[in-house]
Design a protein around this ligand. Structure first.
Ligand code: 5CA
Length: 459
């Protein structure tokens, strides 16, 4: 809020306002995900926000789980018709896609849209994290001839989201969600989770294999090469502005934000140190530098306000998370030098005026690398193995994600959650668990562990 990204004073629960500086962040993030999706053959579509009840109710499990969370439209309709506001778009899309797929040559078919969706979240809402109007829901849906091709798509989706979060410098764990916490209507759900500074994990992206669950009820079929008709296999995956919240939380400090350069609306702020006699000359030089950087496609502003001191300006732009600051004073002009200060670690560099653009580019790379590394280090430090319930509960309370040996049964999984007073993220799919569980036993039933269950406090 202080950085003028977002205003949470809007008087509707779970709805908030993006301000101009925040919108620029959103646009940059959107550009990244769009490119990743388009480069891998996903095509953009746009479906209506209204879904007829008849469509919405078709897939029983989906309906049962989402029913409590949907906003119903009851006024302004004719006759018996009832509509919902989409909480996600499976039930809007699939009855239409059914008309677009004819035979195996139409597959795979991959689409995405970036829209707002509505969920009457019953859990406590949080600005940018748990919304009732998710205003930047990036949902992809893909259609395949068989399970094998759909699972190939799941692996591609994992790579896409890895790249996406790497660009945001947000670290993640990849887990197979337990049976009892998968997406309503899915065969299985894979989730990206990150750790927030308060020690709770946040689900920042999910990938679902829907199998033929939805294609059966919506009759999404295709003609096989052998002339038989068969159901398509569907996957879907989504992220939201929650991923921006994770990015801001991961890199901020007591002075404010630190936005990764690729996403920062302003990558460099130039602050001319304007002494009386040479004021105009310094200002002129600052604008000259600005022009040069702009030519090199670097996003830059000059702060030459005369009613603010340089110190005040430093704090102001630090709060806003601008990754690099250039200071230029009369002595620098004489010596053909500039001073660059990094926002991430406040290191100062004096560089030759002639080498400025290369230096800025290089420093932006280094800031990005450092933000990513620091955040990953922090996450990894907080993932810990616990072999007893007491140990697990204690580590979770201290803000860690724990991995507990697990036999794999739902019964033991639920008990593990209950006894540690935490939520299960699922089983690791980002590492080989076999090595780790060799001699370990499930602390609930005492059986040999088949896998690990990740547990933490969750948003
Ligand atoms: N149809 C599928 C794939 S698009 C789906 O809706 N999956 S989901 O329910 O898991 O949502 C996808 C992602 O959106 C989640 O991983 C989470 O990061 C984000 N998300 C879900 N609910 C909210 C919410 N209320 N506010 C903000 N982000 C949310």
């Amino acid at each position: 809020m202080e950085a003028e990204i977002y205003d949470y004073r809007y008087p509707v629960k779970g709805c908030y306002v993006w301000r101009p500086y925040g919108m620029k962040i959103r646009r940059n993030v959107e550009k990244i995900i769009r490119k990743l999706l388009e480069d891998t053959g996903h095509e953009e579509v746009l479906f209506p926000v209204f879904i007829p009840q008849e469509f919405f109710a078709k897939e029983a499990e989906h309906f049962r789980n989402f029913e409590q969370e949907v906003f119903w439209v009851t006024k302004g309709l004719s006759g018996e018709e009832r509509l919902i506001l989409r909480p996600t778009s499976e039930t809007a899309m699939y009855p239409m896609v059914k008309n677009w797929i004819y035979d195996h040559k139409d597959l795979p078919f991959k689409i995405y849209q970036i829209v707002n969706v509505f969920r009457a979240e019953t859990k406590m809402t949080h600005p940018m994290i748990r919304l009732r109007e998710i205003s930047m829901f990036k949902e992809a849906h893909t259609f395949h001839a068989d399970r094998e091709d759909a699972e190939r798509q799941i692996r591609e989706a994992i790579e896409i989201y890895k790249k996406y979060f790497d660009e945001l410098c947000v670290p993640y764990l990849l887990s197979m969600r337990p049976e009892w916490d998968k997406f309503p209507g899915a065969v299985y759900t894979i989730a990206f989770d990150t750790l927030m500074p308060d020690g709770k994990t946040l689900q920042i992206g999910t990938i679902h294999y829907l199998g033929t669950n939805f294609s059966k009820v919506f009759e999404v079929m295709y003609l096989r090469p052998d002339g038989k008709r068969d159901y398509v296999h569907i996957t879907c995956y989504g992220i939201s502005e929650r991923s921006i919240a994770a990015m801001l939380a991961a890199h901020g400090d007591d002075r404010g934000l630190c936005i990764p350069p690729k996403i920062a609306p302003i990558q460099v702020v130039i602050i001319p140190i304007m002494y009386k006699e040479v004021k105009e000359k310094t200002r002129e030089e600052a604008y000259k530098i600005k022009e040069e950087l702009e030519k090199a496609e670097i996003r830059v502003v000059v702060d030459d306000r005369e009613d603010k001191t340089p110190g005040w300006k430093y704090y102001y732009w630090e709060l806003k998370g601008v990754p690099l600051r250039i200071e230029i004073g009369p002595r620098d002009i004489e010596n053909r030098k500039v001073t660059i200060v990094r926002r991430d670690n406040f290191e100062k560099y004096e560089v030759d005026r002639e080498e400025l653009i290369d230096a800025v580019r290089e420093l932006m790379e280094e800031v990005t690398k450092n933000l990513r590394e620091q955040a990953w280090k922090n996450l990894i430090q907080h993932v810990k193995l616990a072999t007893t319930i007491e140990e697990a509960a204690k580590l979770i309370q201290e803000g860690n994600i724990v991995e507990v040996p697990w036999c794999g049964s739902k019964e033991c999984g639920l008990k593990l959650q209950e006894k540690t007073d935490a939520d299960a993220l699922g089983t690791p799919i980002d590492k080989d668990v076999n090595k780790e569980i060799q001699d370990l036993r499930d602390p609930i039933c005492g059986q040999r562990a088949n896998t690990l269950l990740r547990l933490s406090w969750r948003y």
